[in-house]
Design a protein around this ligand. Structure first.
Ligand SMILES: [Zn+2]
Length: 83
């Protein structure tokens, strides 16, 4: 069984539907019985969608740092090609 401390490590994989099937299943099981982690994952999802909408705003970086999240995909590939 996963502990709450392991959730942040695998939450982004879970949201991105990456990671092993087993890990995601264990995550689902944990979320089914842990309200705190459900809230955490929901917050993470909302944050991600906000960030992808406002990716050019510098506040996104601040927000990530505040939440203790990093963005390893940050390689510039999100830019519009026709800009
Ligand atoms: Zn938990």
């Amino acid at each position: 069984m996963l502990s709450c401390r392991e959730i942040p490590d695998i939450a982004s994989d879970y949201i991105n539907r990456e990671g092993s099937r087993r890990t995601r299943m264990m995550m689902s099981l944990h979320l089914a019985q842990c309200k705190d982690c459900r809230t955490y994952v929901r917050g993470l999802k909302i944050t991600r969608s906000l960030i992808s909408e406002s990716i050019r705003e510098p506040v996104a970086d601040e927000l990530l740092q505040k939440l203790g999240l990093t963005n390893p995909d940050r390689d510039g590939s999100f830019k519009e090609p026709n800009e």
